[in-house]
Design a protein around this ligand. Structure first.
Ligand code: PLP
Length: 408
């Protein structure tokens, strides 16, 4: 895999001596292009299952009531905006830790730093791996969140991909995952989605997590667990169960966490990186702080401070848990309705989180948009929260029509 700016023609043009001559045009962000197309579509009954944010039955992405209350409290009690430091808000990190790792061995010996979203945590982890082992490799199951590979490549890691999911059968190709990782070398990093896989919605079973954890120990691999949807799959503890198995089994682990979905914070950019590197704890800590200091100096405060206020208060914590549970229940209800609407959607019932992937070609995805005003990303990922009791039937009818037209 090449980095986005790394090509022979780019270096030839850079040799011209004009600074920006070396830049290559970059493709527009597909999701942003989709938002624009959707906004401009005049058809009544258009359906957006493209954009990756939670939506309620009314199609809104509301601020959680617990968050509003915490923000109000912050407004009244925050008397300074003075700098915090590159670690961010210690209270936020301390309160978040047991929610993710529990209180047992999985939570032991962690260094934590607040980051600008899960994306910031992933980039920081990638920079750390790259600094620790220049040219290190990272193994990534495909399909994945499309920003994973470029983040890692930009940080100088070599991205190795393997197939982990087959949209046709809707099943994990776990044998392919295992055989790819058997080829990985000691010190390689392995990216694993903690839960609610984006885009497939297909997560490993607990036995499969155990097999992965054991393989990583045997081959000396370092897991980078990306947990961006905790609480939106099967529940807060259930969604962290695989991650905790890995944490209890493997010594060196990195966890990139996002509060942007499960606290509804999105634009507030609220995340954290947790690293356990028992034999290198001090040097890892100082390097993380140096990378963070040089990238964003210190993370944005507001989202993390509001999360801390929620987690410090039993009443607000309960309110947040209940609201998150309502989001989770709605996602599961839509999954059930899809499965009832068409037997070909049956596997979606057992998948988890905000996303699933249909077995549609890019041309069929295009037909869904052109003929039926249904918007999804080119890889046929659907945002489950984009559907409601009312739109399930037209969605299923459009899917059937597109398959009939194109298989004739
Ligand atoms: C799998 C995965 N990881 C990380 C992120 C990044 O989340 P954030 O918005 O907190 O940067 C996303 C966002 O969509 C995601 O889907």
């Amino acid at each position: 895999m090449t980095t986005l700016h790394d090509s022979a023609s780019a270096s030839a043009r850079a040799a011209s001596g004009v600074l920006f001559d070396g830049l290559l045009p970059q493709p527009p962000d597909v999701v942003l292009s989709l938002i624009k197309l959707f906004r401009e579509d005049p058809r009544a009954g258009k359906i957006d299952v493209g954009v990756g944010v939670y939506k309620d039955e009314q199609g809104r992405t509301p601020v959680f009531a617990a968050m509003k209350a915490a923000e109000q409290r912050l407004l009244e009690t925050q008397h300074t905006k003075s700098y915090l430091g590159p670690e961010g808000d210690f209270g936020y990190l301390e309160r978040l830790t047991p929610i993710i790792f529990g209180t047992g061995a999985a939570a032991a010996d962690l260094f934590a730093v607040q980051t600008p979203g899960g994306t910031g945590a992933l980039r920081l982890a990638a920079e750390l791996a790259s600094a620790g082992k220049p040219g290190a490799r990272i193994w990534l199951g495909a399909p994945s969140w499309p920003i994973h590979a470029p983040i890692f490549a930009e940080a100088g890691l070599e991205v190795m991909t393997f197939r982990h999911f087959d949209p046709k059968t809707q099943a994990l190709t776990f044998d392919e995952t295992i055989s790819a990782l058997e080829d990985a070398a000691a010190g390689d990093v392995v990216l694993l989605h903690g839960c609610c896989h984006n885009p497939s919605g297909a997560d490993p079973s607990l036995d499969q997590w155990r097999a992965l954890a054991n393989l990583m120990v045997r081959r000396g691999l370092v897991p980078l667990l990306d947990l961006a949807y905790q609480g939106l799959g099967a529940g807060l503890d259930e969604d962290a169960a695989g991650l905790r198995i890995v944490m209890e089994t493997v010594d060196n682990v990195m966890v990139a966490y996002s509060c942007d979905k499960n606290f509804g914070l999105y634009r507030e950019r609220t995340g954290a990186l947790f690293v356990r590197a028992r034999a290198h704890a001090d040097v890892v800590r100082t390097n993380i702080l140096k990378i963070a200091r040089c990238a964003w100096s210190m993370p944005p405060d507001h989202g993390a401070a509001a999360v801390r206020v929620i987690l410090e208060d039993a009443g607000l914590t309960k309110m947040w848990r209940d609201e998150l549970e309502a989001c989770r229940a709605r996602l599961q209800a839509v999954r059930e309705m899809l499965a009832e609407a068409d037997p070909r959607f049956e596997p979606i019932r057992g998948q988890r989180g905000m996303f699933s992937m249909l077995s549609l070609t890019p041309a069929q995805v295009e037909l869904m948009r052109k003929d039926h005003a249904i918007y999804m990303t080119g890889n046929a990922r659907i945002n489950i929260a984009g559907l409601t009791a009312e739109t399930i039937a037209p969605f299923a009818a459009a899917y059937d029509a597109v398959l009939r037209t194109t298989s004739a």
